[in-house]
Design a protein around this ligand. Structure first.
Ligand SMILES: [Fe+2]
Ligand SMILES: [Fe+2]
Length: 338
């Protein structure tokens, strides 16, 4: 009896057709996907001479907005070494990104498998999957061209990842928070690099510009999806979710932003630098916190910020004020934060 009630509620949650505002938003996003989309082998001229990856190209030096790139230890290294580290780091971020998107695609497929006929969520989820497939193609091509055999995600997460997409069917709300935990840090970092305006390798520049443009829709969908459902959860479910969210944000963000063990070994980076970077120094703390302003806003708006949850955000070192609007740039001076 209880089980059938649960399944009935689960099915009802997937029926969105009576919410015209939500349906309109999905239609806008789907039409956006049709109007503005990219194909990695049409929109990137991989074989043109200026896209060639050549040795000693200083455009691979990490930008200052990258936590490693902004560190005095990195900046004091000889140029050649800065380039080597820069290439490895940028290739690995792309690899982690494509690993993450691979999981996301499988999750979207799992979720859309269950949505009822006529649901506009089916169409949007499929558009998003197509875009993510193109992103994984584009990121893998970039890794191959850079030519560093990077591992991507940390090993433990590689072992656990087959289970994550399975959650998207029965537990779509935690799944979509997981989606945000991957998309927000990547998007935030890429936007910061583009805003910084440093000269980048054309491959990096093009790939990031395409990614940022399409990711805006994906993030928007995840926010709207959660906005619609979270406020209607039962109290106990909401309370559990409020603790799950900061934890997931922190774990997935670290998997993306912190380079794997192979990186520290390969470049023999001092332990003190590693600690500074992730996340002992005030600069890196601020960077970590700034990535989640939009998620804090979402949690505040949907009733996921109770005193215990706030403590959890603090323990995970990602507490701070919520954004006032999505993608609000975090420009306050570091001294004020420190
Ligand atoms: Fe993507
Ligand atoms: Fe995405």
């Amino acid at each position: 009896m209880a089980r059938t009630k649960m399944i009935r509620r689960w099915r009802k949650n997937m029926d969105v057709t009576d919410d015209t505002e939500y349906v309109d938003m999905l239609t806008t996003l789907s039409e956006g996907s049709v109007r503005r989309n990219f194909n990695p082998y049409v929109d990137i001229e991989w074989d043109s001479p200026e896209f060639a990856v050549t040795p000693n190209d200083s455009r691979w030096v990490l930008p200052a907005t990258d936590p490693i790139g902004g560190h005095p230890w990195y900046q004091a290294q000889p140029l050649q070494r800065q380039i080597e580290i820069g290439m490895w780091r940028q290739a690995n971020v792309a690899k982690v990104g494509l690993h993450f998107e691979n999981i996301l695609i499988r999750g979207l497929m799992e979720y859309s498998f269950w949505v009822p006929n006529g649901s506009p969520e089916y169409r949007y989820c499929l558009h998003e999957s197509v875009e993510e497939c193109n992103h994984t193609l584009m990121f893998q091509e970039m890794v191959n061209r850079i030519g560093k055999d990077v591992p991507g995600m940390p090993r433990l997460l590689k072992w656990l990842q087959p289970l994550i997409p399975l959650a998207a069917g029965p537990l779509p709300i935690p799944f979509f928070f997981g989606v945000l935990a991957g998309e927000e840090p990547i998007d935030h970092t890429q936007k910061n690099v583009l805003r910084e305006g440093k000269e980048l390798h054309p491959i990096m520049e093009r790939v990031m510009a395409i990614h940022v443009a399409e990711e805006a829709r994906h993030i928007s969908f995840a926010h709207q999806y959660l906005h619609k459902r979270v406020p209607h959860l039962r109290r106990r479910q909401r309370w559990l979710l409020s603790l799950f969210v900061p934890l997931t944000m922190r774990i997935l963000c670290s998997a993306i932003i912190v380079p794997p063990r192979a990186f520290w070994k390969e470049f023999d980076i001092p332990r003190s630098v590693r600690k500074d970077l992730f996340f002992d120094a005030p600069e890196s703390r601020k960077m970590l916190r700034d990535m989640f302003g939009d998620v804090r806003m979402l949690c505040t708006d949907t009733g996921l910020m109770n005193p215990i949850a706030k403590l959890m955000w603090k323990i995970c070192k990602i507490d701070g004020p919520p954004s006032r609007y999505r993608s609000e740039p975090q420009r306050e001076h570091l001294v004020a934060v420190a």
